[in-house]
Design a protein around this ligand. Sequence first.
Ligand code: LLP
Length: 436
Amino acid sequence: MTLAELLPSIGCSTEPVLEEGLWPDGTSLNDQGLIIGGLPAAQLAARFGTPCQILDEATVRARARAFTTALPRAEVVFAGKSMPCPEVYRWTRQEGLSLDVSSAGELALAKAANVEPGRIIMHGNVKTAEDLKAALEYGVGRIVVDSLDEIAQLGALATHGQEVMIRVTPGVDAHTHAKIATGVEGQKFGFSLASGAALEAILRVVEQPSLKLVGLHCHIGSQVRHVASYEETVRRMVGLIASCGTRIEQLDLGGGFCAPYLQGEAGFDLAGFAHRITGALNYECAVHRVPPPRLLIEPGRSIVANAGVTLYRVCAVKRSTRTFVAVDGGMSDNPRPALYGARYAVRLVGRGGRPEPVTVVGRHCEAGDVLAENVLLPHDVHAGDLLAVPATGAYHHALASNYNQVGRPPVIAVRDGVARPIVRRETEEDLLRRYL
Ligand code: LLP
């Protein structure tokens, strides 16, 4: 048995074929190496430096369209936190999606992208006075309230029929990492359905003359694999709609649709979701004799994750009991392995070779700064080599930090052989600007 067969679940970068589903649409390997968006990765790295994130526009647009095509009557809302960037907000808006934001900062990006206020939804378990005021000033269409305090605060600030939705905790386990499981009791988001808190919140909103209740919202978690988790959510949410005695026009099921990160992982069953969720909604509404609300969904990761590839330069290789391949980025551009134990495939750009298991580490002053453990790279990997990591388009730019005062990488949009920066690299000047 070969080494590659012994380690079946990790991304094997030494195979001459690309892992299916992980890379942007149309990514290929030819005699120029790895081609993304019609451009050689090596050329992109030389032109824009490393580390850098490549984002394939056509893939983002195609994934966005897949949602509107699968659910033509639903409102599809791009979860702006997954890839906060005005240009990406423009793409998803042009594809017919609305946008959700969770702070005045994300709203500022939405404004810069000219997203119409009526197509913006603001949520978050905490909205400061500044967040709420910014939302009201721009005329954000819907605000998802998440506490009784917030209902009172927004009620006081709003002057006329501000549309709101109520964030409900349906008590559904989405079988995902605890840090991104948000549908269960005992975590900070939403009003509990089981305890009656959600019903109380509905009454409070209805009592506020300056607020208009238009919908119920929930979000059971992220990287959710099973459609059944959403079906159960629909069942519970329609039960709440039926029992609350108020007409609920919109039901927002949030996002969370999984994306593949490793070879062999399946993407989300969107067609199955569309079919089963529409069926569940109609059935439950018929049983409870309530008119079906309009469905909303808020995909983020499933639209952008596999459109993104991060390029790193190998700076050093250390061979001891293990082989460490150290690159010029790390947990400042990708804290997901440290936060969620996330795993990634890694590919050496430009050549193959006899595979050797290595640990790819970052440049930061923490032992936990590991990007990928036990991945196969050619045994002669050396300083100067270029590595490409797919499935890095969601929550990478968003979660990036300046740890060790390392500037955050640029985001380079590629499309049909043309590359252009949509986020520039953070410079020492940028860093110094904040220090007084
Ligand atoms: N709607 C709401 C209310 C959300 O809170 C989120 C994500 C989404 C939609 C989009 O979920 P998606 O489709 O992208 O899974 N930083 C973590 C993910 C945190 C998700 C936060 N909320 C990560 O890197 O995995």
